[in-house]
Design a protein around this ligand. Structure first.
Ligand code: SIN
Ligand code: MN
Length: 267
């Protein structure tokens, strides 16, 4: 399904688009079960908070069948292809847990700011598309966006290795305040199965999850193959070095896995 001219205008203006209810309850059941599987794995790709609870499962599309399929899902790939003008490769794939009570913050940052500085991605010809595996509300640590901030280019940042377990190029409070004075600050929320597409230059963050509610979100960061990273400093499972174009599977690809799940799995 192509993006409409109104959606294209909104993306250009605000830097993001929200699509409620794009994946069915059955597809979400498959993916929630898969998320529980990967969070339980003892692998270097499964990054933990300092308390030991899961934070992010990187590159889960390389070691779990459900996420392999999600990484090639046409509902996620097609809108990004339309914007970036494909072919695309997967620069990063992550399943962010943000568990009840103990899920920690993501500091204010721009993804391209990190990819450019750490990985030498040449241009912001890359885009994020996220899928909510749980209902995301004001209560359980939603993403926060500064609308329109993607039009400011790469903003000065400093390398933070202390605030959380994951090092990030983060923006200072004064900068965030100034940007928000012009464009505000929003938290796109909605039911499990919703999709959120956002520019790799959009400034974003998220608060801790002190609620008793789960908040898992999967992120695909897709980049034009000609714009692949030039520096291989970070582990391959954080900044991928396989620049092969991602080929879409068919739209039913996740439902085929639902048949093998127990009836009560991850409801
Ligand atoms: C991110 O900024 O990449 C993730 C933020 C979140 O999942 O809350
Ligand atoms: Mn980010």
């Amino acid at each position: 399904m192509s993006l409409t001219s109104q959606e294209l205008g909104q993306l250009e203006e605000e830097g993001y688009l929200f699509f409620p209810d794009r994946f069915s309850a059955e597809e979400i059941r498959v993916l929630r079960t898969a998320a529980a599987d990967v969070y339980a794995m003892e692998r270097e790709e499964v990054w933990r908070e300092s308390s030991g609870v899961p934070r992010t499962a990187f590159a889960a599309h390389t070691y779990h069948e459900a996420f392999r399929r999600l990484g090639r899902h046409p509902r996620l790939l097609e809108p990004v292809e339309q914007i970036i003008g494909g072919p695309l490769y997967m620069h990063q794939f992550k399943v962010n847990a943000k568990v009840p009570f103990d899920g920690e913050i993501w500091q204010w940052h721009q993804d391209f700011g990190v990819w450019h500085r750490d990985d030498e991605m040449p241009e912001p010809r890359a885009m994020n598309i996220a899928l909510f595996l749980d209902d995301v509300t004001a209560a359980n640590g939603p993403l926060l966006f500064l609308p329109g901030s993607h039009r400011l280019g790469v903003i000065e940042a400093s390398h933070d290795t202390e605030e959380t377990s994951y090092p990030l190029w983060t923006l200072g409070r004064e900068t965030i305040t100034k940007i928000a004075e012009r464009g505000g600050c929003v938290a796109p929320t909605g039911p499990a199965g919703s999709m959120l597409m956002f520019s790799s230059l959009l400034v974003h963050a998220s608060p801790p999850n002190i609620s008793p509610l789960d908040r898992s979100i999967v992120y695909l960061s897709l980049c034009h193959v000609d714009n692949h990273i030039r520096r291989f400093q970070r582990p391959e499972w954080i900044a991928h070095r396989d620049f092969t174009p991602v080929e879409a599977l068919d739209d039913e690809c996740l439902l085929e896995l639902a048949e093998s799940l127990p009836a009560h799995a991850a409801e």
